[in-house]
Design a protein around this ligand. Sequence first.
Ligand code: ZN
Ligand code: ZN
Length: 334
Amino acid sequence: MRAVVAPRFGEAWELHERHRDPEPGSRDVVVEVIASGICYTDVGQLHDPVYGCKFPRVPGHEPVGRVVAVGPDVGDVAVGDIVGVAYSQRWCGACRYCMLGRYEHCSACTFTGITCDGGHAELMVMDAAAVERIPGGMDPVQAAPVMCAGFTVYSGICDAELRPGERCAVIGVGGLGHLGVQYAAALGAEVIAVTNSADKVAIVKELGASHVLLSEGETAGKLLQRCGGVDVILNTANGVAPDLALGLRPYGRISLLGACQHSFPVTPTQMSFGKFKIMGSSQGPRHRLREVLQLHLRSKARVVVEDYPLDDALAAFDRVRSGVARFRAVLVPG
Ligand SMILES: [Zn+2]
Ligand SMILES: [Zn+2]
């Protein structure tokens, strides 16, 4: 089978031909990959030790495919099922974090495409306990980016307790952000998107944003303050504005979703007078994955996809790395 391989830290992807197909362990399934989204984390894990990637590695943590083999101890997933898997797999099932469904904090957990092989390949092994069935009627190419981008941004929306009628800002309209705009709008919020790409304005309005603010060198906090502030800020950009908290109304919430090492200052006075909250969010707990697949399907959300055959994986990666992919690059190995 063919697979993308990240050979070593700091080095470019390679396309390999492997002579042996993967076999399932007793509680695994083997999946013929139909679609595998490229997340910006695929770039970060090559250069930033914070991800803890183990090399060599088949990357890709947004895989969806058809089950072609099941291990002897798998009871509830069958050959032919269309399934996906998210970032976390192979948790212990017994620790306090597993009890909460927060497998990402389990010390036994492995991470798809990071510490176990992911979906940028023709075949992939998945832990049967971690797979999620894709709802009937949902296109696998649409479902794949929901496994990370959709799950992550929906978790941020839930953590921030966004309510219908509230104003929600989405900072950065890429893979996560363009889904965040659609989900927040579907949940009844007034959505204000902030982007530095003039070419995205029309499509982001089409996706459900009431207003799109072009940053043009202005900071997000000032831009949002000028239009009256918002109740929730979903920061999906790979950076954070130093004055972000300026954009909040009283009782506002900031959900930090984009991975970056920047910091932004807030004072206790600002926080106690404004009574706002700042939280870090990533995907989880598990039930939100099922919810977001349903939300995506039933609200007729759409991932704006650039699809590529496996042979063009390196070109697709370059488009993601340079920020020109609109809005999600997805590998389609078949
Ligand atoms: Zn991701
Ligand atoms: Zn555990």
